[in-house]
Design a protein around this ligand. Structure first.
Ligand code: NAD
Ligand code: MG
Length: 335
């Protein structure tokens, strides 16, 4: 069982260290705020005059230019987008991070696919929250936490594991669960999960089901409720109590449909596709493709995303959500 016992973790290895959070976006802001509230010393590295630098100052942090911040770090959390990490490492981190410091990632992509090849003298660790930054902060403020994966890629000082456990503790993760993993396992499972189920799989299934109903002549609005809106109710039950809890709350008719039709939706052909997608993650094909796409300017990527946003389910959904007074304001104005 890779779950660590908080009682047996060293959660104090970062006391008296200067932590630099480089990149003040989704993860960066949440990490910086949580670590500071946990009593640790945090400096934010951000490009001067950028919106992130302004936000970090408003939040009360000492903000320095990235190279200046890197020079002050005992531990530097590299929280710029994955596709920027190679350049930021080469231009900012490698020449400035002090000898023997710790370089921390929130996702293993750059190391797993060789984008960042860290100096030998550094500890290279990962603390990867299993949730977006907004949730990492919200849960912390509520006295709870988001589970994190911790891993050590390079242990120059010999206490890389303790340092990553202390960082995870500062984020609030020991209240939710800290799992010990490797950079390879985190990267490969994370990419596979977001492709096959969390982002790619679930949206493709919902829109394909919506299309099936609409093409057969059913109302787009009724189809929207059935195929997308109600997904949340089911996901909440799964999140709270797994398959058992969902089975307890749905009708026997729904259950019978589930156990007899579900395996026909996810048939051997789909399972073969899943294995192929995992293989592309493991053999580096996906990583290479995405890095190439990014280097070529990302035109095809943006067109594909736009294609998703132009799907007619989006118009149906926007009109229905505008009437849902319980939704947060911002989600209604989204196209
Ligand atoms: P983000 O896009 O929200 O924020 C990135 C920040 O980096 C921004 O403040 C941006 O201004 C800054 N930045 C960009 N280029 C820079 C440069 N050249 N120099 C200095 N600053 C620069 O990114 P994010 O989603 O927080 O991702 C950061 C890391 O966290 C990634 O490794 C990502 O895989 C990981 N992660 C993200 C999530 C998530 O849900 N967002 C979850 C787990 C892990
Ligand atoms: Mg999709």
């Amino acid at each position: 069982m890779p779950m660590l016992d908080p009682q047996e973790m060293n959660t104090e290895a970062l006391n008296n260290s200067t932590l630099v959070v480089l990149g003040y976006g989704s993860q960066g802001r949440a990490h910086a705020l949580n670590l500071r509230d946990s009593g640790l010393e945090v400096i934010v590295g951000a490009r001067p005059d950028g919106p992130s630098a302004t936000q970090a100052s408003v939040d009360g942090f000492e903000v320095r230019a990235p190279d200046d911040a890197a020079r002050a770090a005992d531990l530097l959390a590299l929280l710029v987008p994955d596709m920027e990490q190679r350049d930021v490492y080469e231009n900012v981190v490698r020449p400035n991070l002090p000898n023997g410091a710790t370089l921390l990632f929130a996702h293993g992509f750059s190391v797993r696919y060789g984008q960042v090849q860290p100096r030998d003298d550094l500890n290279v660790v990962m603390v990867a929250p299993k949730g977006p930054g907004s949730l990492v902060r919200r849960q912390f403020e509520a006295g709870e936490g988001v589970p994190c994966l911790v891993a050590v890629h390079q242990d120059a000082s010999g206490d890389g594991f303790d340092l990553s456990c202390s960082y995870a503790h500062g984020l609030g993760a020991t209240r939710a669960g800290v799992l010990h993993t490797t950079f390879d396992e985190e990267t490969e499972t994370d990419l596979f999960g977001e492709q096959a189920v969390l982002c790619g799989g679930v949206t493709e299934l919902a829109t394909a089901c919506w299309e099936t109903l609409v093409e057969a002549g059913y109302s787009p609005e009724v189809a929207y409720f059935e195929c997308l809106h109600e997904l949340k109710l089911i996901v909440d039950l799964l999140y709270e109590g797994g398959l058992e809890r969902m089975h307890r709350y749905v009708s026997d008719t729904a259950k019978y449909g589930d156990v007899t039709r579900g395996p026909r939706v996810i048939d051997d052909h789909v399972r073969a596709n899943l294995r192929r997608i995992l293989e592309e993650v493991r053999n580096g094909e996906f990583g290479d493709e995405w890095i190439r796409e990014h280097r070529c300017g990302g035109e095809r990527f943006r067109a594909l995303v736009q294609n998703d946003l132009d799907h007619p389910i989006e118009r149906t959904g926007a009109a229905l959500r505008a009437r849902m007074s319980f939704l947060p304001q911002e989600s209604k104005s989204c196209p």
